[in-house]
Design a protein around this ligand. Structure first.
Ligand SMILES: [Zn+2]
Length: 87
């Protein structure tokens, strides 16, 4: 069971990990090379955690899980993550 949401829904958990507004960060997909703001990506929330997918090719960009107080980030689907330090 999973709920599809927009990228802003992942802002909360990413905000807990990164000291930036991650909805404004630009992620380049390792699958198709498309670059999107994190807030424009497709987010699926379910029991195993948060899955962020490319809206163009459906590649899994980022998986975030919180297990026993630790955050586990799988970012193999992101070729480049561009974060504005001024945001
Ligand atoms: Zn893609």
């Amino acid at each position: 069971m999973e709920n599809k949401l927009d990228g802003n829904a992942a802002g909360g958990i990413l905000q807990a990990i990164f000291p930036f507004d991650m909805t404004l960060a630009q992620a380049t997909c390792a699958g198709c090379g498309t670059t999107n703001a994190m807030g424009a990506l497709a987010v699926y929330m379910h029991g195993m955690g948060t899955v962020i997918r490319c809206p163009s090719c459906d590649t899994v960009l980022i998986r975030v899980a919180q297990i026993h107080g630790d955050y586990w980030l799988d970012m193999r689907g992101v070729r480049i993550l561009q974060i504005s330090a001024g945001a």
